[in-house]
Ligand binder design. Structure first.
Ligand code: S3P
Length: 172
């Protein structure tokens, strides 16, 4: 099996679903944001403060490229991984891409600490989140092999649906 990449907006549950899905599939789990922080020896917020979104996106691409060549894992990607053209090509080339769908209201409700999400920390609230989600939805849809709507579901229910869809995809 190749990598399983989880994509979707902030708060869609990529990390919590990814961790449990990896255990279920017997694969290693990687959180791409944590990998970026480890490689840079600093936090995502600090990367945005020192070099802006541009620096963050280049570190994100480096981390993805390095990981793509490693043995298969379940990867929780950051919500903006799809905005970089190169990343979308790499995701499709090296794995199965699972889109966890969420709406802006539920995403905001799930993110307790907005200060760890520089793109939401500006105080724009629901309007900012909706605009960002609207701008990205077509990209999430274009790159994904599987899409699961997470609204109203708990983590285990999402894991069940993703595992089921992956099985169906494998045997197709
Ligand atoms: C981002 C999402 C964050 C993180 C960074 C940028 C985005 O990851 O990569 O703050 O552009 O949507 P999560 O989706 O895990 O919160």
């Amino acid at each position: 099996m190749s990598h399983v990449y989880l994509i979707g907006f902030m708060g869609s549950g990529k990390s919590s679903v990814g961790r449990r899905l990896a255990r279920r599939l017997g694969m290693p789990f990687v959180d791409l944001d944590q990998r970026i922080e480890q490689d840079a020896h600093t936090s995502i917020s600090q990367i945005f403060t020192s070099g802006g979104e541009e620096l963050f996106r280049s570190l994100e691409t480096q981390a993805l490229d390095a990981l793509a060549e490693k043995p298969p894992s379940v990867v929780a990607c950051g919500g903006g991984v799809v905005v970089t053209d190169h990343n979308r090509i790499e995701l499709k080339r090296t794995g199965t891409v699972v889109y966890l769908k969420v709406n802006a209201a539920e995403a905001l409700a799930r993110i307790a600490d907005k200060s760890t999400r520089p793109l939401l920390a500006g105080g724009g609230g629901a309007t900012a989140a909706t605009a960002l989600l609207d701008a990205r939805t077509a990209l999430y849809e274009a790159v994904s092999d599987i899409a699961v709507d997470t609204v109203g579901l708990n983590v285990d229910e999402v894991v069940d649906r993703v595992a089921h869809e992956l099985d169906a995809e494998e045997s197709a």
